[in-house]
Design a binder for this molecule. Structure first.
Ligand code: 4NP
Length: 156
């Protein structure tokens, strides 16, 4: 288990096309605002590999762009064993993500693993999966991710 100040973080959701790409972009923007982005590695991954190689969902690209953040260059990838030693911190969006991350953790995995809102803000609320939702659900995810990112940045 690594301890703060953290120097790398991997955001993890189910598909790596809706929530975690948004978290990656928003957290990078929050750290940039604090002048800390150059010394921190930030990435995202999905527990499943259904969308590997794809750009983020257009609704995530759209909501990010509405808030001045470009995530369109990101490409989906699946969580790997190596991520458990490569990153200081693995951050899951919901409890299903957390359960899958725990089952994938190899022996010798050093990363600290936390539920995003709980780890960053002490708030047990999950970041809900917006995949089958509306544009308003994506906006809500954005606001939750922004608040959690501001809290998380204090640990970097
Ligand atoms: P995400 O949303 O986990 O926030 O990227 C999803 C994206 C794709 C699927 C489910 C959730 N899917 O089943 O393809």
């Amino acid at each position: 288990m690594t301890k703060p100040p953290y120097r790398s973080v991997l955001f993890v959701c189910l598909g790596n096309i809706c929530r975690s790409p948004l978290a990656e972009g928003v957290f990078r923007s929050v750290l940039a605002g604090e002048g800390k982005h150059l010394s921190v590695e930030i990435d995202s991954a999905g527990t499943n590999g259904y969308h590997t190689g794809e750009a983020p969902d257009r609704r995530s690209i759209h909501v990010a762009r509405n808030h001045g953040i470009d995530i369109s260059d990101q490409r989906c990838r699946q969580l790997t064993h190596r991520d458990f030693t490569r990153f200081d911190l693995l951050v899951g969006m919901d409890r299903a993500n957390m359960a899958t991350i725990a089952t994938r953790r190899p022996g010798g995995g050093t990363a600290t693993i936390g539920l995003f809102n709980e780890f960053a803000l002490g708030d047990p609320a999950e970041i809900p999966d917006p995949y089958y939702g509306s544009d308003a659900d994506f906006e809500r995810v954005y606001r939750m991710v922004l608040a959690a990112s501001k809290g998380l940045s204090k640990l970097f």
